[in-house]
Ligand binder design. Structure first.
Ligand SMILES: [Zn+2]
Length: 663
């Protein structure tokens, strides 16, 4: 077998294993052996660029960074379905159909997957186009993103038509979503974002990403459920799907032919009961006429077919009594009202509390103490109160007077324009805020001071031993022993841990300060960009820094405008905490005065390249202007950037040339 034949063989082999693993869920070889095959193919393809194939399984790992998505006109419009919410609605649907056709026919029932619709076009067995629904007439070309989904075949096998479209739903399974959410939660919080709340939003957000590498890291999956084209195998929707399965598509097995609308209702009831046991989210059932000729005969309305209907399940809800409202004070002083409920079972757990978010929400819901409320749980977010059942208040009901003062320190709350929440601004003396600040300061990813649990912190604050972070470093052994809480050994350990924290790098010290919106990632970005905290304090416009937006920039500026914070930092500096970036040692002045833009994909990571630029006295900038010295251009540089560079006469430099220049 020569190398060309070997490449063909490997491609087929890898496609086969992807199908076995991602579609059939029955892997044939170990991950290790699979990786070996893939690695061999990658190496061979590098050697033979002439044999490049956009549908090679090596293309699934992503890498292209797009500027925007191309808009594509759908060959067959992507219609939506009419919704129904009761068995009676379904019976009405059946009656309407039978007025149009008077022969025997079958329905096909399928689950309604809670994901994002997608349309795939295959020509000669190869995936050539993938588009989103868009407005139904035209959608986005997301082919590159779709290729990263391993359950979608890039090449088909068997007796497929020359050209056809297949439609389905991109989704994320419950377990994969949970893992991904946990893995990314801290990162999101650091960026000032909420952790991902539900699988569908994550799936749809993923398809909108322009960096395919990032898409390839999302746990996307895809079910296919409908074929379109002139040369389909038959005029029978169900049969066509079974054929599509043979060609390599992931066609769900949760599909049934039904002889009558009564059979359809049985199917609906069955899955309404069993839906929570499914490994993925569904939000209803889809009912279609099986015969394609009959479908055409029954026809279409403006935006939906007459021959199909969706039955929507109710969201998971429970009804209970609201007993009380309490208020939580967060680290930044934000107040969150929380409803205390009569315990009730919801989606498999006992719920005792539900969020009321803020005062506007309470007003909007018209909720009161003693009210019978409907609570809802979407995905696995904490439950929320969604509505009030009572027509009117009764003798026992009590209006909720939103607090005007902090539940802990009694300071008057403020609410700034644009803020949904009220805040307690008693930064220095409001107990829950101080406590949460210290917990954050000593946490593993910040100063990593072991031995300071929540109880000890509480004790130290209440005994006036700590109030500001610098107080921690003046703690004395005898004082700690007086508290009686710590035995000798743990006191020594604690003091050692506090001492050791002086070696924590700048980026983590910055994170530990607890500046609003400056999480782990943002702290890292700032510490990488600036050589010291003084540089950050004196910077006029932090938004110049890549990844730093207005909200973060303002928050950082506000923080350093407070003289107490400057005083704190000076104290911590004197104590010996790290407020300088380390790896800023200058290697040369070769790039002095140069402004450099980075665009495309490189061997080195972007942050490595940025570091190199700075180590040689250059300045990294995020957008191209006439002041740009050159663009460090990697593979797949976006066409619009290229155009802009041309028009402004800014020259491009490859990664290789760049590194040679500096060596
Ligand atoms: Zn307070």
């Amino acid at each position: 077998m020569n190398e060309k034949e070997r490449i063909d063989f490997l491609r087929q082999e890898i496609n086969k294993h992807n199908h076995a693993y991602y579609v059939l869920d029955t892997p044939i070889i170990s991950d290790f052996d699979f990786d070996k095959l893939l690695y061999e193919l990658i190496e061979l393809e590098k050697k033979h660029p002439d044999l490049h194939d956009i549908n090679s399984p090596t293309q699934r790992v992503g890498g292209a960074v797009l500027d925007h998505f191309q808009t594509v006109l759908h060959k067959f419009p992507m219609l939506s379905l009419d919704n129904s919410y009761s068995i009676n609605d379904l019976k009405d649907f059946d009656t309407r159909i039978k007025k149009i056709i008077d022969i025997e026919f079958d329905y096909v029932c399928e689950l309604k997957y809670d994901g994002v619709s997608i349309s795939l076009t295959y020509e000669n067995g190869k995936l050539i186009l993938a588009t989103t629904r868009g407005d139904g007439v035209q959608g986005d070309n997301v082919t590159e993103n779709i290729k990263t989904i391993k359950s979608i075949p890039l090449e088909l096998k068997g007796d497929y038509p020359d050209i056809f479209e297949i439609r389905g739903e991109v989704f994320i399974s419950k377990s994969k979503f949970k893992t991904f959410k946990e893995k990314t939660a801290q990162q999101r919080i650091d960026k000032g974002l909420e952790p991902f709340a539900n699988a569908r939003n994550l799936a749809s957000g993923s398809l909108k990403l322009l960096n395919t590498k990032e898409v390839s890291e999302r746990p996307l999956d895809c079910f296919l459920y409908s074929l379109l084209g002139d040369k389909l195998p038959s005029k029978n929707h169900f049969y066509n799907l079974m054929k599509a399965k043979e060609w390599g598509f992931k066609v769900p097995s949760y599909i049934e032919k039904c002889k009558s609308i009564n059979d359809v209702s049985e199917f609906v009831k069955k899955w309404e009961d069993k839906r929570s046991a499914l490994p993925f989210e569904i939000d209803g059932i889809v009912v279609k006429i099986n015969d394609i000729d009959l479908q055409e005969e029954i026809g279409y309305k403006a935006k939906s077919p007459r021959w199909a209907i969706a039955y929507k399940f109710q969201a998971e809800k429970a009804i209970t009594k609201l007993n009380n409202v309490t208020y939580q004070v967060g680290r930044t002083g934000a107040i969150t009202p929380v409803a205390t409920l009569e315990p009730v079972s919801l989606a498999g757990t006992i719920v005792k509390r539900a969020s009321l978010h803020n005062s506007d929400q309470i007003e909007k819901l018209g909720v009161f103490v003693g009210a019978t409320v409907v609570i809802e749980k979407g995905g696995d977010i904490i439950p929320k109160v969604v509505s009030v059942q009572d027509e009117e208040k009764n003798l026992f009901s009590q209006q909720i007077d939103y607090i005007s003062n902090c539940p802990s320190c009694d300071r008057k709350l403020v609410r700034n324009e644009g803020d949904a929440k009220h805040y307690c601004l008693n930064y220095l003396y409001c107990f829950p805020q101080i406590k949460a600040r210290f917990s954050h300061f000593v946490s593993r990813k910040a100063m990593n001071i072991d031995g300071l649990g929540s109880e000890t912190i509480e004790l130290l604050i209440k005994n006036d031993l700590i109030n500001n972070f610098d107080d921690l470093y003046y703690l004395k052994r005898d004082k700690l022993l007086l508290l009686g809480k710590n035995v000798e050994k743990s006191t020594v350990n604690l003091l050692n841990a506090i001492e050791k924290s002086k070696t924590v790098p700048f980026e983590r010290v910055l994170f530990a300060l607890g500046i609003r919106y400056v999480g782990e990632t943002v702290a890292k970005v700032l510490a990488n960009h600036f050589s010291s905290i003084d540089d950050i304090i004196s910077c006029d416009d932090l938004t110049q820094v890549d990844e730093i937006g207005d909200k973060i920039a303002k928050s950082v500026k506000d923080y350093f405008c407070e003289s107490r914070n400057i005083k704190l930092i000076n104290n911590l500096k004197n104590i010996g905490l790290n407020f300088n970036s380390k790896n800023k040692d200058l290697k040369s002045k070769k790039l002095d005065g140069m402004k450099i833009v980075i665009s495309g994909v490189f061997n080195l990571s972007r942050s490595e390249l940025k570091n190199i630029i700075e180590q040689h006295s250059g300045k990294y900038v995020s957008s191209i202007s006439k002041n740009t010295t050159f663009i460090l251009a990697g593979e797949n540089m976006g066409p619009s950037k290229k155009e802009k560079a041309n028009s402004l006469n800014v020259k491009l430099m490859s990664e290789k040339e760049f590194l040679e220049l500096l060596s």
